[in-house]
Design a protein around this ligand. Structure first.
Ligand SMILES: CC(C)(COP(=O)(O)OP(=O)(O)OC[C@H]1O[C@@H](n2cnc3c(N)ncnc32)[C@H](O)[C@@H]1OP(=O)(O)O)[C@@H](O)C(=O)NCCC(=O)NCCS
Length: 153
């Protein structure tokens, strides 16, 4: 989807993995086993049309934004939204979330959720600006099923 002469949002494919990992690192996201090429491939294949990248067209389509969307059959989930620091504050994160939200709506999804570290105040403020509700009455629990070491591949 072309947004302007400068930016285009398109669906992520696995050949984007290296560039997307670079971007995630640049924005300070902490990466794990779920971010390896094999796992990102699985995420994309499991969620057609919900994993997106943002290209900067004047620099040959360099990837400057990314987000992984997933639908588990009940809730939509948003993971790893990132905009290159050099391009933050221009409305691009909102554009990506608007596009992803539209795609969840097209699938009739009731509610979308995300997790963010409590100390990541900027990201919390960003999502509140987009209309998301804080849910302080909820806590997240998890059980790790695979302990494989994270290797970049
Ligand atoms: C969060 C992030 C994606 C936001 O992207 P962005 O392109 O800079 O945000 P936008 O310019 O689209 O901002 C959209 C709106 O949110 C507001 N906003 C953004 N950051 C904000 C902040 N720290 N405090 C208050 N409002 C904020 C903007 O002012 C804008 O409001 P407006 O529509 O009234 O102008 C980007 O900062 C980022 O990549 N952060 C690092 C990665 C990260 O931690 N991701 C989250 C993983 S859970």
């Amino acid at each position: 989807m072309i947004m302007s002469k400068e930016y285009r949002i398109r669906e992520m494919n696995i050949n984007d993995h290296t560039a997307v990992v670079e971007l995630w690192k640049k924005t300070g996201l902490s990466l794990g086993l779920s971010d390896t090429k094999a796992e990102v491939r699985r995420m994309i294949e499991h969620n057609p049309g919900l994993c997106l990248v943002l290209e900067h067209l004047p620099s040959n389509g360099t990837i400057i934004g990314a987000v992984l969307g997933g639908f588990d059959g009940r809730r939509g989930w948003v993971h790893h939204l990132a905009i290159d620091p050099a391009f933050q504050g221009k409305g691009l994160g909102k554009k990506m979330m608007d596009e992803l939200t539209k795609r969840f709506e097209a699938r009739n999804v009731v509610k979308i959720k995300l997790e963010v570290l409590q100390n990541n105040k900027d990201v919390i403020a960003f999502y509140q600006r987009l209309g998301w509700d804080l849910r302080p009455e909820l806590i997240t629990m998890s059980l790790t099923l695979r302990e494989d070491v994270f290797k970049e591949d």
